[in-house]
Design a protein around this ligand. Structure first.
Ligand SMILES: Cc1cc2nc3c(=O)[nH]c(=O)nc-3n(C[C@H](O)[C@H](O)[C@H](O)COP(=O)(O)OP(=O)(O)OC[C@H]3O[C@@H](n4cnc5c(N)ncnc54)[C@H](O)[C@@H]3O)c2cc1C
Length: 500
């Protein structure tokens, strides 16, 4: 029997995941990738002996008790990876020298918060208690939400008590929560928690259980494992091959037109690339629901990043992995973004990113002004370089004041901006996780299929609000299940992909 042909646009984690599972289930797939490497946003790069981590801080499902672990294991050998779990989520450093250690272990965190602010015991108990409640239920990742029938919904009821907890914290900003504390230092710490509070709590819940460790191979090699699996399943990847149009006949996708003019035909086309490109360029805006159009017009996106990476000839062994530097006055950069605090990641030889006795420091500044950076780079490349240098110099000054031993020990500086993410991955405004996190809890208007169009599917961070590597990996897996079901095939997981 002839295999169905599937063309996948984009070799990020979503595209590779869909490719692996479709190959396992007897489909003949090919991936067209604009860049000369796979991985998309899930990447890392080498500079002067350092491996600059460009994505994963912690991988959800890094430990066997998490339900995602088994799914990762379907494609990669998890027990062969080394994960490092941080003992401290953040060390807070204030301008006046005050510090607060936010332990990852909930018992230690609870004790240290109460020791600092005994007058706030009631609210601290409530906060930690609700994080523990979040730990009590795991959401099942096995089936796509598109399959949710009555038994599935009943199963979900198990998570019902969680909904109250989630509802309580999802609408609360860290600024507002800080007002519940009487202790002034505790107020200052809480003000800098992630907003809405639920995100801070979710990360703490997983860090406490050591289920979101850092994979020491780094994000690029992590992505390569998926590429390797895909190729071993018989998939093909065409690098440096940009798709410019989806070919449509009678409202059915029949293939893709490449930038070089070549045409490739398929039974199904899957776009695992930027959502705006898919809807407005590949499909010329012809297939879009009003609800989705509204989202594209309001553009409530996860921010892009300015990532400053410094190679420092010093060990910083006594420092935890994550430091939060609280600034006494806001730091403003050329695109208008302002920062009240800076998160610094400290990687040394244990994580495999820095040479022996050296350290890689990474700061990631969120910005919603992605297009400013692309326009600046296009209009005046020297000014673009000047602004990057200015940002790294200011960061070095701040770090010197708070941590010491930085100036004079720098042997590598690298600055990636939203223009970098746009150039290398095509993501709209350089957004690194697609739609804003808050959209996770809204009813999701982004479907894998578009109204009036057959045989064309979208996957990845532009249809899974909040994005992130686990989410887009499941997006690809879920689509393979949907396609199998439509073709009345049983969805198979094969460790050996040589299916005839
Ligand atoms: C700095 C940073 C930190 C992050 N931190 C985390 C984290 O800690 N945890 C986490 O889970 N996630 C994190 N993420 C987010 C995560 O990397 C993304 O959400 C996820 O990798 C997106 O995967 P994707 O496959 O949907 O899309 P992408 O990775 O964007 O892949 C899309 C691919 O499509 C290709 N493409 C685009 N247009 C075309 C075209 N026309 N033709 C052919 N190919 C095309 C692109 O080149 C790209 O390779 C981070 C990202 C960044 C950049």
């Amino acid at each position: 029997m002839n295999k169905k042909k599937v063309i996948i646009i984009g070799a990020g984690i979503a595209g590779l995941s869909a490719g692996c599972y479709l190959q396992m289930n007897g489909y003949d797939t090919e991936i067209f990738e604009a860049h000369n490497i796979s991985g998309g946003l899930c990447t890392a790069w080498n500079r002067k002996g350092y491996l600059i981590e460009g994505c994963i801080h912690g991988l959800l499902g890094s430990e066997p008790s998490h339900l995602l672990y088994n799914l990762w294991n379907e494609l990669i050998e998890m027990d062969k990876l080394k994960f490092v779990d941080a003992d401290i989520k953040h060390l807070y450093i204030f301008e006046d020298g005050k510090r607060f250690t936010q332990y990852a272990n909930l018992d230690r965190l609870h004790k240290s918060m109460i020791k600092l602010a005994p007058e706030d015991k009631a609210i601290i108990d409530e906060f930690i208690g609700d994080i523990r409640r979040l730990q009590s239920v795991q959401i099942s990742y096995d089936k796509p939400k598109e399959f949710f029938n009555l038994p599935g919904k009943i199963k979900m009821l198990k998570a019902f008590p969680l909904l109250f907890v989630m509802k309580k914290w999802i609408s609360l900003s860290s600024q507002d929560f800080s007002k519940s504390f009487k202790n002034l230092l505790m107020q200052d710490v809480v003000k800098h928690f992630a907003s809405p509070l639920l995100f801070e709590m979710f990360v703490l819940s997983e860090m406490d259980l050591k289920r979101c460790g850092y994979p020491t191979i780094g994000s690029f090699e992590f992505s390569k494992l998926f590429e390797k699996k895909y190729l071993s399943c018989g998939g093909k990847i065409h690098y440096k091959t940009r798709v410019s149009r989806a070919m449509i006949v009678d409202n059915k996708a029949v293939g893709v037109l490449l930038e070089n003019g070549d045409k490739h035909y398929a039974d199904i086309v899957v776009c695992a690339a930027d959502g705006k490109t898919a809807i407005y360029d590949l499909l010329e805006g012809k297939y879009i629901s009003e609800a989705v159009k509204k989202e594209y017009n309001s553009a409530d996106l996860n921010p892009s990043k300015i990532q400053i990476s410094l190679g420092v000839n010093k060990t910083f062994k006594e420092w935890p992995r994550m430091v939060k530097i609280i600034l006494s006055s806001p730091y403003t950069i050329c695109d208008g973004s302002q920062y009240n605090s800076l998160d610094i990641m400290i990687y040394n030889v244990d994580e495999g990113l820095a040479p022996y006795n050296k350290t890689l420091l990474i700061a990631q500044l969120d910005t919603k002004n992605g297009e400013y950076w692309s326009a600046l780079r296009d209009a005046d490349y020297n000014k673009y370089k000047f602004e990057k240098k200015k940002i790294s110099e200011e960061l070095i000054r701040i770090l010197e004041r708070r941590m010491g031993g930085i100036e004079g020990n720098i042997d590598m500086t690298d600055v990636a901006t939203p223009a970098t993410y746009i150039r290398y991955t095509g993501n709209w405004r350089g957004s690194v996780q697609g739609w804003a996190n808050e959209n996770i809890f809204k009813s999701n208007p982004f479907k894998k299929e578009l109204p009036g169009l057959k045989n064309f599917f979208m996957i990845g961070q532009w249809v899974e609000p909040g994005g992130g590597v686990p989410n887009v990996f499941q997006s690809g897996r879920n689509l393979a299940q949907i396609i199998c079901k439509r073709d009345r095939k049983r969805f198979l997981i094969k460790s050996d992909c040589n299916i005839k």
